[in-house]
Each structure stands twice: as structure tokens, then as C-alpha cells.
Design a protein around this ligand. Structure first.
Ligand code: SIN
Ligand code: FE2
Length: 218
């Protein structure tokens, strides 16, 4: 299954690690298809480009974002929400490419969440130094489905919290090709990403790309 040759010199063997009830780390799960995934992401970004959004406090996020699927997550001065149209283009968010949808469903199944039918995928692009502060994913208004989080490119330190904001998060190293899935009793955990360290990845250059697949209530 694994591609050999020079493109993926460090492709690790896939492994499944349970981090807590409802939280599974699938190491190396998509490393061998990363090239196709990045192709799909580039096609989405041609239509709905990456942009740094503004949060209600007025700050500009360090992470650049776009979306694919029926709904896309956005923020501006007035708040966080899901929209069917990309506010930048005025057009619908690009439809979810089949390789992305299939991967998300397979990762959910491998983590014990059968029947995951994501209708939204937030695509985050982290430049060196970009970070995401501790938060819950709760704009979806349906917490019966998990979050499937796919990481490509530069590594990151994922801040894995609990259901309580005040608990000190665990620091989990997440590499290219890893997928983290949280759901069930862990669906509303606090989580974030520490500032990305300088580096160059063979497939993404000076960036980390993260996809989070979600099921948003309609
Ligand atoms: C997110 O919480 O939306 C993204 C998490 C990540 O980039 O790993
Ligand atoms: Fe999140």
C-alpha cells in the first residue's frame, strides 16, 4: 500500500492509538495518499482561496482558512457560523472532493464511529508561527457525530484538553499523515494547536494543512 521512492521517505507504518475514551489517533493513516489529498485541497483553494478571518474581538486569525462541502465555517466581527456561501466569492463553497469524503469516512470507521456523513470540511493552513487557541467545536449544533482531523505537511503540537477549559491540555505531536478523531463522550473537548515551528516539508513547504470534517445540523 505504501508508496515507495523519494516522495515519502519517512512514511511511518500506520497504527491506531486510543488517547482517551472517544479519542483515537490514527498515525500515518493517510500518508500514502497525501499527494492526491493535496491536489484536492489545491482545487478547492482555486475556487475559495485561503483567507485569514477576523474573530468577533476584532483580531485576525493567524491560521488561513477555507472550506469544502455543503457548509463552511466562517467568522467575522458579528460571530462564528456556518454558511452555504463563501462570503469572499459570494458562491457556494466547493463540493467536497471524493478522496476527502472517503478518507474521512474510513477514518471514522477505524475509530469506531460508523455512519459518519460529514457535510462540512474546514481547511486550515498554518504558516510558521501560526497557532489556534484552546476552543470547543460547537457551532455544528449536532454532537452525535465525531470530528475527523487530518494533518498534512509540517508537524504540530496538538493541545488535547478535556471537557473543562481549566484543565491543562496534553501535548500530542501530530505528524504528516496522522488523523485524530474525537467523538461520543469526547466530542466537546477543548483543543488547540501550539505555534508551528519553522521547517520545510517536501509536500507542503513551510506550511501545515489541517482538515476537520464535521457534521453540521441543517
Ligand atoms: C481545529 O481545531 O479546527 C483544527 C485543529 C488542527 O489544526 O489540528
Ligand atoms: Fe477545533
Amino acid at each position: 500500500m505504501h508508496s515507495s521512492g523519494s516522495l515519502w521517505p519517512e512514511t511511518p507504518s500506520p497504527s491506531t492509538e486510543s488517547l482517551a475514551e472517544g479519542i483515537t489517533l490514527l498515525r500515518g493513516f493517510c500518508a500514502n495518499e497525501a499527494f492526491a489529498l493535496l491536489d484536492s485541497i489545491h482545487a478547492v483553494a482555486e475556487i475559495s482561496p485561503f483567507r485569514q478571518m477576523i474573530v468577533p474581538s476584532g483580531h485576525t486569525m493567524s491560521v488561513a482558512m477555507t472550506n469544502t462541502g455543503d457548509l463552511g465555517w466562517t467568522t467575522d466581527r458579528t460571530g462564528y457560523r456556518y454558511t452555504t456561501l463563501d462570503p469572499t466569492s459570494g458562491q457556494p463553497w466547493p463540493p467536497m472532493p471524493a478522496p476527502l469524503l472517503t478518507l474521512a469516512q474510513n477514518a471514522a470507521i477505524a475509530s469506531g464511529f460508523a455512519g459518519f456523513t460529514p457535510n462540512a470540511c474546514l481547511i486550515n493552513r498554518y504558516a510558521v508561527g501560526a497557532r489556534l487557541s484552546l476552543h470547543q467545536d460547537r457551532n455544528e449544533q449536532d454532537y452525535t457525530h465525531p470530528i475527523v482531523s487530518v494533518s498534512l505537511g509540517l508537524p504540530a503540537t496538538f493541545l488535547l484538553g478535556t471537557l473543562r477549559r481549566t484543565d491543562t491540555p496534553r501535548r500530542i505531536r501530530i505528524e504528516h499523515g496522522d488523523i485524530l478523531v474525537w467523538g461520543g463522550p469526547a466530542r466537546l473537548i477543548y483543543h488547540g494547536v501550539a505555534p508551528i515551528r519553522p521547517g520545510i516539508h517536501p509536500l507542503t513547504g513551510p506550511f501545515r494543512i489541517n482538515l476537520t470534517f464535521r457534521r453540521v445540523a441543517l
